[in-house]
Design a protein around this ligand. Structure first.
Ligand code: SAM
Length: 202
């Protein structure tokens, strides 16, 4: 438990310091989020979770995809990010939950899809956490792991090199997803998009 709470403190401190100007740092990402959400193939009335929703940048396109009869939930561990989401009015597009993706307050199989932007690199136990995401999705439901910048461009922006153990490398991500209840169906890693799609295995 102590390890868990240390993980949380680190993530919360990191993102709390960035919450207030998160959206203004990346003002042109909107269309990339809309295009990524479109790849989930959501239908009117579907139920979707934005895991690690942050300031809720994906919530408007998710709501547009499922319509008024659908369910949109945004879950995040960092109160300051959720507060920024409320200030931006994104709570109009989805219900916001202060929650850890390691233990979601969501019934098994309740959802049609999970969208997760910029999340997995921050997870201390990715296999376990991806399994929890699989738990809340119905068989055949879909997962999108998205980032509006590819791995190489992100590494360059952060002044580091990509190492072979990078979780999001296709050769690492495919088996990780397979071991966590997902089957990867597509993988794109180019400068303007990282997007891995997976289907919940039976
Ligand atoms: C890089 S930000 C991305 C935010 C948002 N998805 C976006 O694309 O703008 C990662 C977010 O994941 C959240 N996060 C990290 N670990 C989490 C966890 N275990 N459970 C829920 N949220 C988590 C952080 O608080 C942060 O808001």
């Amino acid at each position: 438990m102590r390890y868990m709470s240390d993980d949380h403190t680190h993530v919360q401190e990191f993102f709390a310091a960035r919450a207030a100007d998160w959206d203004s740092r990346f003002p042109d990402d909107g269309p990339a989020y809309t295009a990524a959400v479109a790849e989930l193939g959501l239908r009117e009335g579907d139920r979707v979770l934005d895991a690690g929703c942050g300031t809720g940048r994906a919530l408007p396109p998710l709501r547009a995809a499922v319509g008024a009869s659908g369910v949109v939930v945004g879950a995040d561990l960092t109160p300051a990010m959720l507060q920024a989401a409320v200030r931006a009015g994104r709570d109009r597009d989805g219900r916001l939950l202060l929650a850890d993706v390691a233990a979601l307050p969501v019934r098994s199989g309740a959802l049609d899809a999970v969208f997760a932007a910029g999340l997995i690199a921050h997870l201390p136990r990715p296999a376990e956490n991806l399994r929890e995401l699989a738990r809340v999705v119905r068989p055949g439901g879909v997962l999108a792991l998205f980032h509006p910048i590819g791995r190489a461009a992100l590494a360059a922006r952060q002044g580091r090199q990509i190492t072979p153990d990078d979780l999001r490398a296709e050769s690492n991500l495919r088996p990780l997803l397979a071991a966590s209840g997902w089957r990867m169906t597509s993988y794109v890693d180019r400068d303007d998009r990282f997007l891995a799609l997976a289907v919940r295995a039976d």
